[in-house]
Design a protein around this ligand. Sequence first.
Ligand code: G6P
Length: 610
Amino acid sequence: MCGIVGYAGRRQALPILLDGLRRLEYRGYDSAGVAVLNNGTVEVRRAAGRLENLVERLAQDPIPGGQVGIGHTRWATHGRPSDVNAHPHCDCSGQFAVVHNGIIENHAALRRRLEDTGHRFTSETDTEVIAHLLEAEYDGDLAEAVRRVVAQLEGAFALVIATRREPGRIVAVRQESPLIVGLGRDENFVASDIPALLPYTRRIHVLENGEMADIRADRVTVTDWNGKPVQKAFIDVTWDADAAEKGGYPHFMLKEIHEQPQALADALRGRLDPDGARVVFEDLSLTPEDARRLRQVYFVACGTAYHASLAAALLTERLAGVPARAEIASEFRYRDPLVDEHTLVVAVSQSGETIDTLSALRAARERGARLLGIVNVVGSSIARDCGDVIYTRAGPEISVASTKAYTTQLAVAALLAVYLGRARGTLGDHQARELLAGLRDLPELARETLDQAGELRPVGEALAQARDLYYLGRGLDWVTGMEGQLKIKEIAYIHAEAYPAGELKHGPLALIEDGSPVVVVSTQPDLHRKTASNVQEVKARGARVIAVVREDLDDLGAEVDHLIRIPRVHPFLTPVLAVMPLQLLAYYAAAARGADIDKPRNLAKSVTVE
Ligand code: G6P
């Protein structure tokens, strides 16, 4: 998830590009750059870090002027954040400048082909292949060249391209990643999202997959990739700047909950190979041979990432046939863990900066363990320390309470378990195919799950009055309960606890009284009947039960007060969907209490102290 902006008009492009980038920084902020067409040259300036670094660079090395340009604020997926990996990217001759949001899945093959024909690359990004392909394909018409280039790309992309060969024009294309065109008087714009354009125009076209916009000061032409004109309707945007940044949602948390289908699609992109019934991790140095030598796996993490680790350990043990467990990072490092060179220690972290997780990793390294990161922020400390890393590609998460980072961690954990299971020969072809099919369906099923958001609102609002809440489930459903209780604690400040449902009778049942709200998660066919008995036990003591149940299972007895269905998916993947209603219940409870949802009291997004 990056921010893109482009301008063609009569004003100076640079201030408009920088202003647009400032409004898009919530989409990424690890580096930024601009390219402005000026007197037959493409003037490119780029800088790692926040936008201010780019502004400083421009002060030292100004761009003389220019009325057409493109800009980018980056959230890295390929290549660590740095000056050379910042966009725009150019070809060898510096004729073309490209900004990109998305992932080019076949970039490695394209890069090899281009290098064989003499192209020299300067960055580690997937994007740079596009600039070189343009150089190879250009024949006097930018739109034609872009058409020939996109035909060779696999993956997701929003691209905006400028060339000094045609200085009055920029071309934009969209496949999966968002892009809008803004229409002004004697000036036109393109951007990833509405906030960038609000000060300039409120008339927009939303580009659809497979569409291309040819943008000049006095006109915009939209076509498909074959050049066939497309008639586009205008939308008049009525949002204010704050609402636009949150995509029209009142809080980043709700926006990020609804971004989960897209985040899951990004996390899985290019990693499923159904033909070979295997998982593909580009750049992973842990070979199948290494995987076979493992004798145990630890997942270490904090907070929400610890809950993802609990699921990861269960899946790894089941699918890869190796003892696996999750540990709270701050506990792990101080208890002299028994790890050695046959141990894989996987650090799970959204930010990649959590000091407890980082320290646990260092303790594991000292003992000779093999390290792996499941991390969202590219180039973060944990990613660098691990060396080997699988990125979750959730995009920036702004709300302190984690949502899309969690579900992408779960998806990546499932991928890793399949990868290890295939490598170790413990996961058969048929079961691997079933899991890969389930993973492929997740983004769409996530969308279906979130369609119930409206119905969940009154249920969440009713929870706002609760003093204590209990979450029950078995196995992976207990993990979902753990994450559900953390969410409602974090943002609604309601005391909540999750228990393995079988433990109920060993203590917590004493706390259940008339009207006690109990959230039950039951998505595992083999455990459903057992959980149903626990529902009876709490109902008999007067509990008010909200149940999250996989749609093909029975409804746990008629006494359930509110039944929430999630779509049918492989039992090992249900945690990804089952947590979504719990995120929403917490959100609506917090909203009803008037809490500061995106910035809960006493909490921080990234904790870099012990
Ligand atoms: C903080 C955040 C949590 C997060 C945890 C671990 O407590 O508020 O949302 O789960 O840190 O952070 P990490 O960045 O390592 O996933």
